[in-house]
Write a protein that binds this ligand. Sequence first.
Ligand SMILES: Nc1ncnc2c1ncn2[C@@H]1O[C@H](COP(=O)(O)OP(=O)(O)O)[C@@H](O)[C@H]1O
Ligand SMILES: [Mg+2]
Length: 254
Amino acid sequence: MGILEVKNVNKRFGGLKALSEVNLSIAENSVHAIIGPNGAGKSTLLNVLVGKLIPDTGSVLFDGQSVLGRTPYEINQMGISRVFQTPEIFGDLSVMENMMIACFAKRDGAFTMQAIGSMMKERDIVEKAEQMLDSMNLADKRGMHSASMSRGDKRRLEIAMCLAQEPRLLLLDEPTAGMARADTNNTIDLLKKIKQDRDITIAIIEHDMHVVFSLAERITVLAQGTPLVEDTPENIKGHPKVREAYLGETQVAA
Ligand SMILES: Nc1ncnc2c1ncn2[C@@H]1O[C@H](COP(=O)(O)OP(=O)(O)O)[C@@H](O)[C@H]1O
Ligand SMILES: [Mg+2]
């Protein structure tokens, strides 16, 4: 029994079958990648996993409890954090302020904008925020206006903000999309370190095979809303069904 169990999930958007008979089991403390060509249903599946989208049929259990119909706050409380395909940070605030907000929300269960001014006086919040920024190599950017950070730094800030929630399951939707190669490698190293330093399960949706093969222990290949194969990276490489799914795409597994 995995920490996350998806059973017989189907989801239609009008006439389009975005997810079709999806069954997926993600083992606790593993890194599990979900790959597939554009439009395969990866983001839709992720939305279902965090309760944001209710499937037409099927169940999604996290640690034995259904995630369906829960609010984002409840999902967070269950131990699930998610990084979206587009970074979601407060662009008007500094890197440190963003990080403190995440730490504050974890401690108090809520956050109001008026609290930003007084947060600097809260030693536990400041210390935790500094520690989190340091662990993501962002300490020297603490005073920076977060909107002006590079895409890679924004993404790492967002991951750090998720980690402040101390999740048991971290869901990442294309964490290296739009990054330069050096930035991608930096992110891979940080994710490896995160995995080493704590008990955490990571589910990663990714287009970049370099990232997938550097991190994943199990890989599910999704095509047209259905899992085609699930296996180890070694067995996925060169798998005929994987090649078939990626036909016409440039980023085929080598
Ligand atoms: N809210 C929506 N309404 C209608 N169609 C959608 C919606 N979200 C996704 N789709 C469609 O469902 C399919 C799967 O999309 P998506 O899950 O975003 O794929 P991926 O993330 O693998 O690229 C696509 O054909 C997409 O156009
Ligand atoms: Mg997507």
